[in-house]
Ligand binder design. Structure first.
Ligand code: B1M
Length: 211
């Protein structure tokens, strides 16, 4: 029987082939997919995040761990889709104009997908108009904005204003990123804020429910 802590450990070590092997084995053994996701992949990634915060890990380790997580997600995603635990809603996600940081945004996207959302990732340096366009085209219920620079946080305000003016009425906007806070979300009229990728999934679920 595969131990979920071994999957987490392989994520922390950034061992993508091992993660893939263990996840596949756990699923073949009949272990619950959501438990493998939460207790293995996400648990491992949470430790990586903590280590990064404490300066025990640097960017290369985070990237390697994220790649290992992705290799596990590749196995889990189609099963989650089969089980119809996806379909919670569609979220258009991107890093705002002027900002090229995407590691955190990518993690948020992966967690949201794992949590049951359809994610339309627009990448980095995304203009307010592009967010509006994609939201209309994909009929998304949510927009997720990421910013890592104090100088690009203002772009979030522009997105909120452009979305509100665009006629998109029931779309909720969630924001996040290292310099972003709950009070900033309130200040610019965003509907929600999440401090990390795991909370982003909870917040997205909450926003879709109240929508
Ligand atoms: Co840049 N950078 N960087 N950088 N960089 C920071 C952010 C900085 C704090 C470093 C420092 O000075 N100490 C600083 C910002 C200072 C400030 O504004 N207060 C900074 C700077 C100044 C810059 C440049 C201006 C440097 C220069 O060129 N002079 C430049 C700007 C380029 C640009 O964007 N226009 C720049 C460039 C870069 C690289 C390209 C080299 C690289 C980015 C590579 C990439 O992303 N592909 C980079 C990196 C890697 C960093 C640091 C080291 C790490 C950021 C990261 O990936 N964190 C960062 C310093 C640091 O944070 N210690 C730094 C890991 C990631 C998992 O965390 O992104 O916070 P994070 O995401 C978290 C949460 O914030 C949250 O969930 C994630 C997972 O838990 N979250 C959301 C994020 N988005 C969310 C969205 C949500 C909800 C939650 O809802 C939608």
């Amino acid at each position: 029987m595969v131990e979920l802590k071994d999957i987490a450990e392989s994520i922390i070590k950034g061992n993508a082939p091992k993660v893939k092997e263990l996840v596949k084995k756990a699923i073949d053994e009949g272990q619950d997919v959501k438990k493998v996701l939460n207790g293995g992949l996400i648990a491992g990634m949470n430790v990586v995040g903590e280590k990064f915060k404490k300066n025990e890990f640097y960017v290369p380790e985070v990237l390697i761990a994220a790649r290992a997580m992705k290799s596990g997600m590749e196995i889990i995603k189609p099963i989650l889709a089969d089980k119809d635990v996806r379909g919670l809603g569609t979220i258009v996600l991107g890093t705002v104009r002027g900002d090229l940081h995407d590691i955190g945004k990518n993690l948020v996207g992966m967690m949201l997908e794992g949590g049951g959302f359809e994610v339309v990732d627009l990448g980095v340096d995304v203009s307010p108009e592009k967010f509006v366009e994609a939201t209309k085209e994909k009929k998304a219920q949510l927009i997720g904005l990421s910013a890592l620079l104090t100088t690009t946080m203002v772009s979030m305000k522009e997105v909120v204003e452009t979305v509100r003016k665009s006629g998109l009425k029931d779309v909720k906007i969630m924001i996040g990123g290292a310099p972003v806070t709950q009070s900033y979300a309130e200040e610019i009229g965003a509907d929600g804020y999440a401090p990390d990728a795991a909370s982003a999934v909870d917040k997205a679920k909450e926003l879709v429910k109240t929508g």
